[in-house]
Design a protein around this ligand. Sequence first.
Ligand code: ATP
Length: 344
Amino acid sequence: MAQNTVDQRIGIFGGTFNPLHTGHINAIATVRNRLGLDTIVVVPAARNPKKLPVEGPTNEQRLEMLRIGLADMDFVQIDDLELKRGGPSYSIDTLEEYAKRVKADDLYFIIGLDQFEIFDTWKDYERILQIANLVVCSRPGHQLPFSADELPEGVKKHVAAFDRSYVQLESGRGIDFVRLQDVDVSASEVRKRLRSGRSVDRHLTIPVEEYIRGAQLYGPLKDRIGDYEEFTKFCGDKLNARKAINVRGFDLRKIEAPTEFTLIASGTSTRHAQSLAESVVREVKEEYGVLPQSVEGMSEGRWVLVDYGALIVHVFYDYVRQEYRLEDLWKPARVLELPAAPAT
Ligand code: ATP
């Protein structure tokens, strides 16, 4: 933890950093300049409680990427307290630690706009709003709030005054909105690009990219999965066993598509869709020893996308599936015969 910080203004920036990318670095540098913070402490999470685990580097390798990628920012410190704590990482636990030595006025918790939109689902978010100020960075694809009405419900009720770049909270704390020079990068996109051999010049700094290549991180999953048609059937079978609705598999190799195989299925509720995705991830890990390279949409459960490289599994809440009609895109593709669903 940062030492002798009592008279310093400290920003805490948490994340999975799998890997550290230019979007993170841009956020750190801009927030530091705009708010004139003395120190920004970067805190890698052991496990994000809102995300399913994905294939990737060890904790030590993620830490090393932070050390390498942030080496020339002398106002940055890296704190591995969440890695040491292990288990799901809750920001409140980390902030409580810092609150012991940093006054609430001087403690700033930095998050991206995607996280702010679901901030009122975080553990003890109201306590966070008492012990720290929030700094929310813009992120491509997400709109900064125009009025207090557009704030997350749980935050709205604590607002004393709103203007477009600052919210005064009744607790005495505030929320700063920082508009970044947008860097449209996400860690999941970086992982995908690395696995498929595409350029990451815009996404990573040179030292981090060199480290990744040297340590051979984010290689393709193909070697470990082997026959993807069999693998697709395996996943389809697991979805059926969990009572997924209308599980269908397609071989997309002869049509224009971003992947070779795809599975589509739905659940009767968003919770069912989430648990279907969870069980595929768990059973694949058990059988193949492989985690997906990314999982999207898990927090909402409307459309969860589990990406195994040459296989993408789409698990919908059934109502949302009807809206998107993805299967129409795959009409020309070969339909895979999946093991029959168990009788209900
Ligand atoms: P993933 O794609 O795996 O979900 P991520 O790119 O969001 O990962 P995290 O390590 O989870 O990376 O993000 C840490 C913090 O950085 C979060 O608060 C997130 O909102 C913020 N952040 C990530 N990328 C950007 C970006 N391009 N611009 C602004 N903020 C970002």
